[in-house]
Design a binder for this molecule. Structure first.
Ligand SMILES: Nc1ncnc2c1ncn2[C@@H]1O[C@H](COP(=O)(O)OP(=O)(O)O)[C@@H](O)[C@H]1O
Ligand SMILES: O=P(O)(O)OC[C@H]1O[C@](O)(CO)[C@@H](O)[C@@H]1O
Ligand SMILES: [Mg+2]
Length: 463
């Protein structure tokens, strides 16, 4: 029970979140018939060839089926951008979806933190359609920045929406142990996970609109921390000639502006799946040096390390999931970008790597990760967290059976010379065997761990 009470520390924390909110349309794939329905219009050999081609955008139904099956075979999380056209739009629209939820790191984290009673959550999205606005918690602590007569006015989302385009992502949630054949190859999904078809509307630009931009230092003074996410939607080029450099520069400027009048403001960057390898590299190289903490899943850390030239290490992580390799990769990023903390979440653990000398104790850091695992197991079991009471469900789920071994491994690695200057904190995950859904569990973990981190720093400062 004690760990649940960590949420009380959050009531002293205010946060700014930007840039991505959308609606997630979820389709649950639970058995063979669900898979058959999706692949019925294609021959197995056609699907196999397409899997080998490995399309990095979804332009045709076959691209979708191939990438979905590829993802299901590995059981790993994946997100692939959609390139709209009549054929693929018709195909995806014809499918039936089981439920709609708020999505995007900003959407998911805003609602979670509102329930966890943060002092103030100021969230920003360049688009806010009515339907999205209505999906936010209607609480006093959750507000959107509006500009009225040149002044910053914080209003509830339902008082802030505009006539914006609605962004809908399709999420395919598959269960563990679904068995099917592709020609004579038997595929069994190794675990439940999600495959995301991410919409990329041409008019959605990842930026803070000009009239608000000049108020960012003011917003920075109102908060203790910020989470930046959604930059995975930046395209290399737009029809009006603007480029990824233009938008990445804007994001950098925004982070600097937030920190301008509040040097203590901590910024966390939540990574996501980025198919375009050039873009992945550009995003890592332009954003990571600007932030304090980073959160990512195991596949994402492998993929970043790959574009930074560590192919072998990357392939090792993807194939064997060895914690030693994840630590090596974390250390590379921590050093290269001078980060205060790297947080990696995998199916089996959540781990921080920080430089030694930080003011937080191991116990304090461990508490923040422990709380994050309870948030994740609660959301996995229930699909969403609607009240503090719900956390009791997550707390009942034990640490996974590899937990003790993982802790031992980390204890031993910590003693090695190369990691002498670092603090490694690992908490085993509480795996829900038959999760209601998995999308947004990482966002939930990162938000819980980062806000926990900031609340612990704040407690020490106020002592
Ligand atoms: N069944 C489950 N029970 C508990 N935790 C889970 C389960 N499945 C996944 N998780 C946690 O959620 C994380 C998913 O993170 P990530 O891939 O970043 O998801 P997203 O980007 O959708 O939020 C995993 O690394 C793991 O820690
Ligand atoms: O890349 P996008 O379109 O911002 O979408 C991010 C996706 O990741 C999630 O935020 C989960 O991490 C989904 O809710 C959402 O569909
Ligand atoms: Mg994630």
């Amino acid at each position: 029970m004690e760990i649940i009470n960590h949420f009380k520390d959050f009531s002293n924390v205010s946060i700014f979140l930007a840039y991505n909110v959308n609606v997630d349309a979820l389709k649950y794939l639970t058995d063979l018939s669900d898979i058959e329905e999706l692949k019925e219009n294609f021959s197995d050999s056609e699907i196999k060839t397409k899997i080998e081609e490995y399309p990095r955008t979804i332009e045709k139904p076959i691209d979708f089926v191939a990438r979905l099956i590829h993802a299901m075979k590995s059981g790993k999380p994946a997100e692939v951008p959609l390139k709209n056209n009549l054929e693929i739009d018709t195909f995806l629209n014809r499918l039936t979806y089981n439920e709609e939820r708020i999505g995007g790191q900003v959407g998911i984290i805003s609602n979670l933190l509102s329930i966890l009673n943060l002092k103030k959550i100021i969230f920003y999205s360049p688009i806010l359609a009515k339907k999205q606005a209505e999906m936010f918690e209607n609480n006093e602590n959750l507000v959107f920045p509006n500009i009225t007569n040149g002044k910053l006015v914080l209003k509830k989302p339902i008082e802030s929406f505009k006539n914006d385009e609605l962004k809908i992502n399709r999420i395919f949630e598959y269960k563990e142990d679904i068995e099917f054949y592709l020609e004579n190859e038997k595929i069994t999904t190794p675990q439940s996970n999600r495959f995301i078809v991410a919409s990329r509307p041409e008019n959605l630009r990842i930026e803070i609109k000009d009239e608000l931009k000049s108020h960012l230092p003011e917003i920075g003074q109102l908060v203790d921390c910020a989470i930046i996410s959604g930059v995975q939607a930046i395209k290399e080029e737009y029809s009006d000639g603007k480029t990824s450099e233009y938008y990445l520069n804007k994001v950098k400027e925004d982070i600097k502006s937030l920190k301008k009048e509040n040097k203590d403001l901590k910024v966390h960057f939540e990574f996501a799946s980025i198919q375009n390898t050039e873009m992945r590299k550009k995003i890592a190289e332009s954003i990571l040096p600007e932030v304090d903490c980073v959160g990512m899943d195991e596949t994402e850390i492998a993929n970043i390390i790959h574009v930074l030239g560590y192919e072998e290490l990357s392939e090792g992580i993807l194939k064997h999931s060895k914690i030693e390799d994840v630590l090596k990769a974390s250390k590379i990023l921590l050093e290269k970008y001078n980060l205060e903390g790297m947080q990696v979440h995998t199916m089996y653990y959540i781990m921080y790597l920080c430089k030694k000398g930080g003011i937080l104790s191991d116990e304090s850091l461990e508490k923040t990760l422990e709380f994050a695992t309870v948030l994740a197991s609660t959301k996995a079991a229930l699909g969403q967290i609607s009240s503090i009471e719900d956390l009791k469900t997550g707390l009942k789920i034990p640490h996974n059976k590899h937990g003790e071994l993982l802790k031992e491994i980390v204890e031993n690695i910590s003693k090695e010379k190369e990691l002498g200057g670092y603090k490694i904190i690992l908490v085993p995950s509480r795996i829900v065997e038959n999760p209601k859904s998995t999308v947004g569990l990482g966002d939930t973990i990162s938000a819980g761990a980062f806000v926990g981190y900031v609340s612990e720093l704040k407690k020490l400062k106020n002592k």
